[in-house]
Design a protein around this ligand. Structure first.
Ligand code: DHE
Length: 548
């Protein structure tokens, strides 16, 4: 039996001890004994918690992007209050679930999070090796591209709820191929050569897709853990395509793999003390980026607030530089020079800046609540020089941070401007070196009109104020119950189109809206019955070269 099925069985077994009658008792005013629930309700809630809640609140429910949900905290809130929060969301960025969960499911979840958290099993080298499959050995792969697709302008599109990626030809706007990947697939990253796409699913399954076949083809797969979010590759000269590195949420660890076959080479645990000196049993791996100036990855450990610079030249004698920053680290990106890496510490309302040249923390920048940049956006501000931008989960602004400590020293690592946007609940900002637009989405806004819209600024004339565009309306999709959240702008290779996903329910029609960047008008809507819950989109050229 696989470990993940053992986990499911373990959850079921734990639920057996949980009692049989669902208690509809009034909410306790002070910490009390956990409420009971049926074993079926507990098993269903455990599954739903893992699928929908663990990403923000942690498997052990210790909290990170989301609040701590251990019984000490949840019993104080009580059943009724918890149900309300789950149903309606909060201003702090917790999304409402009443559009995708039934009243009974919400009630059970509120009860479930008042019980003691389940602890899943570890996942070591033996498990990884057993899960590892090379579908096409390296010597059986093409020696040149076997298709005529402009690979630089292909978009690897996450189809979140089908566990697939759609490779869309950016020139023709047609789906070139669909590849089966892990459960609730999360992001794609591209090898230095631009040939391979690495796709990570939330179930820890990593797929290696080769773009040189006639159709995009998965050539290797491995399960690196039970819960994962991030992946990157080695990009330094002499190490191109040699290694992949994958960060897991559970077990808390990162794994170094062979870049062409995904053979696991090394696993490094991230359990340690936090920046405050307290031990944390679940410090999850958040964003990972790969330096092109050094043989090094920047690996951000969420709960500890520690940033690891991992030198991969000798993985048997691995060198890690550990930089103290702030909690809880999440997503981030390079500045335009690619010397500095900026990462959101979303529980501290800060952005941490790492100088990868000196291997030290350059700054901790105070921002408004809960910065969430994706990879951020770099441009030259007319007044303040080079800046990097982030939007926020908890504030209606786009924050601009100066990034030039040489010619604009007084502005470097300071918030030089906050641009008003149409909502908080924003996940991603985006621009392109060839564009004069700065875009930000707000998919986690509870108000449908806001979640369906984006803010766009002219970066040459920021004083003019923003334009708010309802992108979901441009798609012309039929009315359904689910909100058509507009998420994740991504430019094409030439930087004259920006693509946004319409992220609706699994059974609702979805689309990708392609906007002409100059006119800000809809250019094309990509619709296809196979395009189910599209979310992240990764243009091969831009992802390969860290262009944002
Ligand atoms: Fe993500 C990036 C974690 C939910 C779409 N997301 C990231 C990164 C992390 C992360 C750590 C940085 C990866 C890197 O750069 O190496 N995401 C999490 C979560 O823990 C969270 C909050 C909850 C969960 O249960 O997973 C979460 N993420 C989501 C979504 O629900 C999104 C909107 C839709 C989806 O398909 O899952 C989503 N996350 C994305 C995207 C990126 C991302 C598109 C990459 C942005 C980029 O431009 O690089």
């Amino acid at each position: 039996m696989s470990k993940s099925s053992r986990y499911a069985v373990m959850l079921a077994a734990m639920t057996l001890a949980a009692g049989s009658a669902f208690a509809q008792a009034p909410a306790p005013a002070a910490p009390a004994a956990p409420p009971t629930m049926t074993k079926e309700a507990k098993a269903a809630s455990a599954k739903a918690y893992f699928e929908r809640c663990a990403g923000c609140h942690g498997i052990l429910r210790k909290g990170a992007t989301g609040k701590n949900l251990e019984p000490e905290a949840t019993l104080k809130l009580g059943q009724a209050r918890l149900e309300k929060i789950i149903a309606l969301g909060t201003d702090g960025g917790m999304v409402n679930y009443d559009d995708i969960m039934s009243k009974d499911e919400i009630r059970d979840m509120a009860t479930y999070i008042q019980t003691t958290p389940d602890v899943p099993p570890e996942w070591g080298m033996k498990d990884m090796k057993e899960s590892w499959k090379v579908h096409v050995p390296v010597d059986k792969r093409p020696t040149k591209p076997m298709n005529t697709v402009n690979l630089k302008n292909v978009f690897s599109v996450t189809l979140r709820d089908t566990g697939e990626v759609a490779m869309i030809d950016g020139d023709t706007k047609k789906i070139w191929g669909i590849v089966k990947t892990g459960y609730a697939v999360h992001i794609s990253r591209v090898s230095f050569s631009g040939r391979y796409v690495y796709v990570i699913g939330r179930d820890g399954r990593l797929d290696l897709v080769d773009l040189w076949f006639e159709k995009p083809t998965a050539v290797a797969t491995i399960k690196v853990g039970i819960d994962a979010r991030s992946v990157d590759t080695s990009k330094f000269k002499g190490y191109e395509d040699k290694y992949a590195v994958v960060g897991s949420y559970w077990p808390p660890q990162y794994a170094i793999l062979d870049g062409l076959t995904l053979e696991p080479k090394k696993i490094v645990s991230t359990r340690s003390q936090t920046v405050d000196g307290e031990y944390h049993p679940e410090p999850r791996v958040a964003s990972i980026v790969s330096s092109q100036a050094k043989p090094e990855w920047v690996i951000n450990i969420k709960e500890t607030g520690l940033i690891k610079l991992v030198d991969y030249t000798d993985i048997k004698n691995l060198k890690e530089t550990t930089i103290e920053s702030a909690k809880f680290l999440h997503d981030g990106g390079w500045d335009a020079t690619k010397r500095y890496f900026l990462v959101a510490a979303n529980n501290s309302n800060k952005v941490a800046v790492v100088d990868t040249k000196t291997g030290k923390l350059a700054a901790l920048v105070d921002t408004k609540a809960r910065p969430h940049p994706g990879r951020g956006a770099n441009f030259v501000h007319p007044k303040h020089g080079p800046v990097w931008a982030t939007s926020h989960l908890g504030a209606e602004v786009i924050t601009l941070i100066g990034t030039d400590p040489v010619k604009n020293k007084d502005k470097a690592w300071k918030v030089v401007e906050e641009l008003k946007m149409h909502g908080s609940g924003s996940l991603f900002v985006k621009t392109h070196p060839k564009s004069t637009n700065l875009w930000a989405d707000a998919p986690l806004m509870p108000e449908p009109d806001k979640a369906e819209s984006v803010t766009v600024y002219d970066i040459k004339n920021l004083g003019k104020g923003p334009e708010t565009i309802n992108v979901a309306k441009m798609a012309g999709l039929p009315e359904t119950k689910a909100v058509k959240r507009v998420v994740h702008g991504e430019y094409n290779e030439t930087g004259d189109e920006i693509w946004f996903s319409i992220w609706a329910g699994k059974t609702d029609p979805s689309a990708i809206v392609v906007i002409d960047d100059k006119t800000r008008k809809m250019k094309t809507v990509i619709k296809d019955p196979k395009l189910i819950t599209p979310t992240g989109k990764f243009n091969i050229y831009n992802t390969q070269h860290d262009i944002y």
